[in-house]
Design a protein around this ligand. Structure first.
Ligand SMILES: Cc1cc2nc3c(=O)[nH]c(=O)nc-3n(C[C@H](O)[C@H](O)[C@H](O)COP(=O)(O)O)c2cc1C
Length: 321
């Protein structure tokens, strides 16, 4: 199985990725959060910083573009290619209202003719000779049956990999991934498939691979945020080492202190990470409240020290909603 770290906008930027790569093994590829293609505005400094090769110390990174405009997409893809990337992912999965209302992300799935024309332009453009395009998609916007028309469209193009999160836009992250339609996708797709969705524990992984032994690639998001060593646990049944988790935390914290500097901004980033990471610890509830209430580095460091000293890794940990 190939394991990919999912794109997680606002949480997993280059500081987090580098810390992850330095402390944990077995991620075959990291996907960067989406960049909105816009020829006029170009890249924001934040977007550019996140994918600069020198900010991603030797890890394999796939930048992602959010777009419904082929000419903007091609322009952005050219710039990303010039930065040294030869694989780019198209985001057809984002369910957020702001994105969907502009017919982007999973909103684009409802406009099948336009989507086909977009892919036609992209795959027949000059840049497609230099860059392999993969696609991250949901099953549809309002009904999972939309997928049958979508897969016919995707099959017309040499998609490097079709990453399927088998929910529809209106699910956001509610309900369960639709494994019935995913199973059909496996026989219908002419392109390689990757599965994404709700693999939070070793047991989730085992159940999934027993049902789908033919799947060769899997993308993990929230499961890795809660247990950054999840892939090692899957491969070797080992429990995360508390000292390694501490080193990982310290790397992220030092990275944000260096890049963001302003106390409030650094703490807000760390609080976002703890929303998930706290689930690796026993008796974690009171600590999360104190972490969230921290308004200075001193308060923050004190509670984190206490957490690592007083609590153990929860062997049953895994992301839970
Ligand atoms: C906070 C957050 C940010 C996300 N940002 C992106 C993004 O930038 N691009 C994208 O394709 N998906 C994004 N996703 C979706 C994830 O990549 C992934 O598809 C989703 O979390 C389901 O996988 P999981 O069940 O393993 O978490 C985001 C999800 C979350 C929770």
């Amino acid at each position: 199985m190939q394991f990919y770290y999912a794109p997680l906008e606002g949480v997993v930027g280059h500081v987090y990725r580098n810390a992850h790569k330095a402390n944990f093994k077995y991620i075959d590829k990291y996907f960067a959060p989406f960049i909105v293609s816009d020829q006029k505005k170009g890249f924001s400094t934040k977007d550019l910083d996140d994918i600069l090769l020198e900010n991603n110390n030797g890890l394999i990174l796939v930048p992602q573009i959010l777009s419904n405009n082929a000419s903007d997409f091609i322009h952005t893809a050219q710039k990303i290619n010039q930065m040294g990337y030869s694989e780019i992912n198209l985001n057809l999965g984002c369910p957020s209202k702001k994105v969907v209302s502009k017919n982007r992300g999973s909103g684009f799935l409802a406009h099948k003719e336009a989507l086909n024309a977009f892919l036609d332009d992209v795959y027949s453009s000059q840049i497609a000779q230099h860059v392999a395009f993969s696609i991250k998609t949901r099953l549809g916007k309002t009904h999972p049956d939309e997928f049958y028309a979508l897969i016919e469209i995707f099959n017309r193009y040499p998609v490097k990999e079709l990453i399927i999160h088998p929910r529809i836009q209106t699910d956001i992250y509610h309900n369960k991934p639709n494994l019935k339609v995913f199973k059909e996708a496996l026989s219908l797709s002419q392109n390689p498939l990757c599965y994404n969705g709700d693999i939070f524990t070793v047991s989730d992984y085992t159940t999934f691979t027993n049902a789908f032994p033919e799947v060769k690639a899997m993308m993990l998001g929230r499961g890795l945020l809660a247990n950054p060593d999840l892939v090692n646990a899957i491969k070797t049944y080992s429990k995360i080492d508390k000292s390694v988790l501490k080193a990982f935390h310290d790397d992220i914290y030092a990275g944000y202190r260096q890049s963001l500097m302003v106390e409030r901004n650094v703490l807000s980033k760390m609080k976002e990470i703890w929303y998930y990471l706290i689930q690796s610890f026993t008796n974690n509830e009171t600590y999360l409240k104190v972490i969230r209430a921290a308004i200075s580095f001193v308060d923050y460091e004190a509670v984190v020290e206490r957490l690592f000293e007083e609590q153990e890794i929860d062997v049953h940990s895994g992301y839970s909603q």
